[in-house]
Design a protein around this ligand. Structure first.
Ligand code: G6P
Length: 605
């Protein structure tokens, strides 16, 4: 998704802007651009495709300038093209924008009546033209305020103004924006990760804030236009974990390090000496929670789905799940005794944040499970549980999904222990079993070679079905999502028992069907569903446990994962499905870390 960088320095900034834009590439984008002020004029360069292309343009036509703004764009209004790429500049003003201006059509019409002409199809260009117009009649601060007042929707902005050649202006409403403090230079960024390569001292803007950066100071104004001081935070230094190392891409690194990330996470939450889970100061006493509602998008929603199945087994209270983009617009009956749990790797997903905001406005207690602890969702929740997975760069989530499930599981065990819904003995047993999870994951990762062989079967597939029951159903959903995201194959996850109510019509000779049938209470039923698929010509790939022997001549491949406790099996089931998506995409030569049309951090609605 779109990303912003701004730098004001006492030395040329282009190369640092390019390096920072490269840090933002993981978010997913289709074009890139940069603007600096050179000899008193705005110098804009942009291109479609990768930041590398922009770098080549700059190599040929260098752009000096001691201050500048850069952007990677993920198209919303207007196709990906050079004209629609950001920045959008007039002679006077240059703007980069994340978010969506909902009233841009109306504003455009009004400005056209005044004689202004538009070059692009974007909503952003209206900001450039509005500001250019106001600057003709008002001073800088009034012009910015008047421009922002006209805009409906969400934005994070980086602005250069020809007349004010020593400053970069930032503004935020709805989309995240931060500033960073460097030695004789200051930075603007939509994401602290991009700023981290330059500084670890940052400040997040709040909604309605405007900031003005020079190379020696940063000033903030709040939504009432009052000058305010803001806290400087020191970011943790986890730079190393964002390197690819010897791996071909980030995703294979992220899949293959899951035994390490889960170990780190377990260490953070499980007190080894006391055999206890370190979770205190719940926003509502667990004994008094009436209902738990789990909310997320995409993969994060699937981890909520998994938690629903676990929590229902462990607790006597109702557990609901919701997709954030639906939750935020429904007539939800809020209850102060409910706990609302938000799951988000990035902690910046616009829909999830809006759902959290709705909860806050309704004065209910919120808990967030995030990977990015400095994110907006974390900062606005009553209770934050980090997943300790380290930066996840591959757009399709893998280690963060496992991390989210892990923290949800740990939360579930702790809440049920406090509520006395599981015995002390069972609580200790679960903690002990949990400690074995990293080794079990490591063992499961050994199926890589077999998956590479299985993946070849998918090259000519029209579509794929993933079937599971009980704890395996949410994993079937996630398996299908992973394959869709990476291999662009149509894939569906279904409860195996629901097949006969429609989807069975899709089964035809040679259609690959992944059957998730661990050794659990549903095993025999799932195997019966598998036979129904085989009888109709489906090409079955069965994933089960080591101690299960399924005699069926017509199963194309059987893959066995280590035996484990029923509650831990979903973690292990996930691994071959991640690897399958990875290897199918790899055989097709697709861009693994940046699948088409997708973004890592979806900061627009
Ligand atoms: C995007 C990503 C998905 C991710 C979803 C939610 O769609 O492509 O991989 O699951 O956003 O992201 P979050 O950061 O909130 O977990």
């Amino acid at each position: 998704m779109c990303g912003i960088i701004g730098i004001v320095s006492n030395k040329p900034v282009t190369s640092n802007i390019i390096q920072s834009l490269k840090k933002l590439e993981y978010r997913g984008y289709d074009s890139a651009g940069i603007a600096t002020i050179v000899n008193g004029n705005i110098d804009e360069k942009k291109c479609t495709g990768r930041v590398d292309n922009l770098e080549k343009i700059l190599f040929k036509y260098p752009s000096a300038g001691f201050l500048g703004i850069g952007h990677v764009r993920w198209a919303t209004h207007g196709i990906p093209s050079q004209i629609n790429a950001h920045p959008h500049s007039s002679d006077e003003v240059s703007v980069v924008h994340n978010g969506i201006i909902e009233n841009s059509n109306q504003l455009k019409k009004d400005l056209e009546k005044k004689g202004y002409k538009f070059k692009s199809q974007t909503d952003t260009e209206v900001i450039t033209v509005l500001l250019t117009d106001f600057l003709k009649h008002f001073d800088l601060i009034s012009s910015i305020n008047k421009t922002l007042k006209k805009l409906n929707g969400s934005f994070a902005l980086g602005i250069l103004i020809k007349k004010h050649k020593d400053i970069v202006v930032g503004a935020r409403r709805g989309s995240p924006l931060a500033v960073g403090y460097g030695p004789e230079e200051n930075y603007l960024g939509s994401d602290s990760y991009a700023l981290k390569s330059m500084t670890n001292r940052i400040t997040y803007l709040d909604d309605g804030d405007v900031c003005i950066l020079t190379n020696s100071k940063i000033e903030f104004y709040n939504s009432k236009n009052q000058k305010v001081n803001k806290k400087v935070l020191t970011l943790s230094n986890d730079k190393n974990t964002a390197e690819k190392g010897d791996y071909k891409d980030f995703m294979s690194k992220e899949i293959n390090e899951q035994h390490i990330t889960t170990k780190t996470c377990i260490k953070e939450y499980v007190d080894q000496l006391r055999q206890d889970i370190n979770l205190y100061s719940f926003p509502i006493k667990p004994e008094n929670i009436k209902k738990i509602i789990l909310i997320g998008c995409g993969t994060a929603y699937h981890s909520c789905f998994m938690a629903k199945y676990w929590f229902e087994e462990m607790m006597s209270i109702p557990i609901e799940i919701d997709i954030a983009s639906e939750f935020r617009y429904r007539k939800i009956k809020f209850d102060k005794k409910n706990l609302y749990v938000f799951v988000s790797q990035s902690g910046e997903t616009a829909d999830t944040f809006a759902a959290l905001d709705l909860c806050k406005k309704n004065n209910v207690k919120t808990c967030s499970i995030v990977n990015a602890v400095e994110s907006s969702i974390a900062r606005h929740s009553d209770f934050v549980l980090p997943i300790h997975a380290g930066p996840e760069i591959g757009v399709a989530s893998t280690k963060a999904f496992v991390g989210q499930m892990l923290v949800l599981y740990i939360l579930g065990i702790k809440i049920s222990e406090i509520r006395k819904e599981i015995s002390k003995e069972n609580y200790l047993k679960k903690i002990n079993e949990l400690k074995q999870l990293p080794d079990l994951i490591k063992l499961t990762l050994k199926c890589q070679d077999k998956i590479q062989i299985i993946a070849k079967d998918f090259l000519n597939a029209k579509g794929v079905m993933f079937l599971g029951r009980g704890f395996s159903f949410p994993i079937a959903l996630e398996g299908a999502l992973k394959l869709k995201e990476l291999s662009y194959l149509h894939a569906e996850g279904y409860p195996a028992g629901e097949m006969k109510h429609g989807p069975l019509a899709l089964i035809e000779e040679g259609l690959p069907v992944i059957i998730l049938a661990p050794k659990d209470r549903y095993f025999e039923k799932t195997i019966s569903n598998m036979q129904e698929v085989i009888a109709r010509g489906g090409k079955v790939i069965l994933i089960t446990n080591e101690n299960r022997n399924v005699i069926s001549e017509n199963v194309r491949f059987t893959l066995k994962i280590p035996n484990a406790d029923e509650y831990l099996t979903p973690f292990l089931m996930t691994i071959p499905l991640q690897l399958l998506a990875y290897h199918v995409a790899s055989l097709k030569n697709y861009d693994i870390d940046k699948p088409r049309n997708l973004a890592k951090s979806v900061t627009v609605e």
